[in-house]
Design a protein around this ligand. Sequence first.
Ligand SMILES: [Zn+2]
Length: 240
Amino acid sequence: EEFVLRYQEESGCDIGITFDYPILPGLSLEEKENRMERSIHNSNLALKLKNNKKMLLYSAVHGHNPADIKKYLKSLDSGFDGYAIGSLVPKKRDYNMLINVVSAARNEKPLHVFGITGFPALFALSYMGIETFDSWTYLVAAAFKEYIDPGTLKRVKLRKVKKLPECDCFICGDYDLNDFLEGTSEAEILLALHNLNVFLKEMECVREKIKENELESYILKKAEKNSSIKRAFLIAKQYI
Ligand SMILES: [Zn+2]
């Protein structure tokens, strides 16, 4: 743990995250508790060892259900600048479980959620005040020759369409459907870049709409063309 912490401090990270042992599905209860205990120990140790006053220290938080998450948070010493939830590998589109778990971890400190994929979860969590999270959707989609439609934010299987949805990004200005369908790594990168452009644009819109206090109406507008966005949002709204 000390090694990871020094590395983060010396590499000039703005935010350091404690080293932890992810909990994978299928572990025995004993193994699961053991890994959680070691992660908690690491976090509390990192808090004691931290030298760099400028770097914020977030503790990893693990658990697959609200009770585990609450127990985990209670076992951490106070003084962390924020928390990062990992081990969230929810069943695909189980927004109820995802939001339930995230909601259990909410407190007055910033909260980062790892491994969120897809716009429905992204919008729902933004609405809950969780601003920073990463997503690999754009890369994974590109690997499967899927194009994120900027209008509906759904993944379109390129092999099944005759025409690309409208997009004004710089990639789509220069390349078309046939370029994306080529079986080369260049084609995959171009497609990933388009998907990334859509993702970044949406994240920028979300930040803007939060400032203007109009996030809810923005999400509802997006939900008109995407029922999953609506479903995830309505669940999140129950927790606000
Ligand atoms: Zn594009």
